[in-house]
Design a protein around this ligand. Structure first.
Ligand SMILES: [Zn+2]
Length: 433
């Protein structure tokens, strides 16, 4: 029987991934932006109307331009133009059309030219390669190559030189079998699914050394990450994409200290105050909504697109020497609650609760008392106990106190037995009204 070598290196590891050239944010991006803006003004009815005929084309002035909202794009969809009025490319130039899942309203279409696909794969492969996976290693993926843009990230694994083993979404039996039989060094999945698998299987001694998580916020938060690393006996790094802009735009390196922009050169990032829309400086410790602009996109480029993702920023130099700021996503605007004036993200509540593992399982459910974003305290939070945990009389109080200390929110904590809350093979629903 043939043996399967553990490290079948087909490419020199030292030459991969190609390290980004060090640039100040900079001339290359500024030039790309100028060309992108000219292209968009020439071809997109949407942006001609929105930006006027002669906006400044200096990247330094980008904050003077209006923001682009998803809803505005959606409103321009017609039977004649199912993509929206921001479509720039001729239909003969399109090679692929994805859909976004559309949490509100109908799904929208994301068209791509061959060059767009190529840039997506390049950006994604940089983001995933940052995790430390090496050419010749095996990776099991759990994304479906279905209608959604995450499917475009699959080509990144082959680009890196990995042996890609797709098992698709929601097939735990196939996934566990693949880990046992094919001994992959890495897996890629949502943090919720990673948590669910670690809880239902003993994976600590499996071949998996790296768990790449993406698709929802939280995988990079220290306490939740520590739980995943303990369960998998592996290093956990996160990656993140934005449906309308590109898959896996960002990826963490082995320092696990925020995600680098793998799509550098293709995407420009900004931060805004989510309430006022005003630009915020990209400085160390800054927090705000992520706004992204395509720099080299052809089919339907977006200028100053509001992602609805709230991020924190780090600008200190990373020992890996990748340039540029690093981000961590703290939550989606759509998931945010405002409890007596304080913004609260459910993933942040989960992070605080996870500090109490193994007394808690890490599964939580926030059940707001009223509909809408604004809530009166105390915020009801159901917390699941750990597998072998006896509910000590003070645990609920301790968690409540800690939530108040860290998030400045008063919660009423209800403890429930292990296994009560629903597990997810995809993304977790942390709020239920
Ligand atoms: Zn780094």
């Amino acid at each position: 029987m043939p043996t399967w070598p553990r490290n079948r290196s087909t490419r020199s590891a030292s030459s991969w991934p190609p390290q980004p050239k060090r640039r100040s944010s900079t001339s290359a991006d500024a030039e790309s932006y100028r060309a992108q803006l000219a292209y968009v003004l020439e071809r997109s009815a949407f942006y001609r109307e929105k930006l006027g005929s002669s906006p400044s084309d200096r990247l330094d002035d980008i904050a003077e331009l209006p923001l682009t909202e998803k809803g505005e794009l959606r409103a321009t969809v017609t039977p004649e133009n199912p993509f929206g009025a921001h479509l720039c490319a001729d239909r003969s130039e399109l090679v692929r059309i994805y859909s976004t899942s559309g949490t509100t309203g109908a799904p929208s279409y994301i068209p791509l030219t061959a060059g767009d696909v190529e840039n997506w794969v390049t950006g994604s492969s940089r983001s995933y390669a940052a995790s430390g996976v090496q050419p010749g290693e095996r990776i099991v993926s759990t994304y479906n190559a279905g209608p959604f843009v995450a499917g475009a990230a699959l080509a990144a694994f082959e680009r890196i030189g990995l042996v890609h083993i797709p098992v698709g979404t929601g097939n735990s039996e196939l996934l566990i079998r693949a880990i046992e039989m094919l001994e992959p060094e890495a897996v890629v999945l949502t943090p919720s699914y990673a948590a669910h698998l670690a809880e239902s299987h003993d994976l600590r001694n499996s071949s998996v050394q790296r768990v790449l998580v993406a698709g929802e916020p939280g995988g990079g938060e220290p306490a939740f990450r520590a739980q995943l690393e303990e369960g998998w006996g592996a290093k956990v790094t996160e990656a993140m994409g934005v449906g309308d802009i590109g898959p896996s735009l960002f990826g963490e390196c082995e320092q696990q200290d925020g995600m680098h922009l793998g799509a550098h050169g293709f995407v420009h990032l900004e931060l805004i105050d989510p309430e006022s829309g005003d630009a915020r400086p990209l400085e160390d410790g800054a927090e705000g909504e992520l706004v992204l602009t395509h720099l080299q996109h052809r089919a339907a480029p977006l200028i100053r697109f509001r992602t609805r993702d709230h991020v924190t920023v780090k600008t200190s130099p990373c020992p890996c020497s990748r340039p540029g700021p690093r981000i961590r996503c703290v939550g989606r605007t759509d998931d945010m609650l405002i409890v007596r004036g304080v913004n609260v993200f459910p993933s942040a509540i989960r992070e605080v609760v996870s500090e109490f593992a193994p007394r808690v399982s890490g599964h939580i459910l926030v059940q707001p008392k009223s509909s809408g974003v604004k809530q009166e305290p105390p915020l009801p939070v159901t917390v699941e106990l750990g597998r072998d945990s006896e509910p000590g009389s003070s645990l609920a109080d301790e968690i409540g106190t800690r939530l108040r200390e860290v998030l400045v929110v008063r919660a009423s904590v209800e403890l429930v037995p292990f296994g009560t809350l629903r597990r997810s093979e995809y993304k977790s629903k942390l709020v239920e009204s």
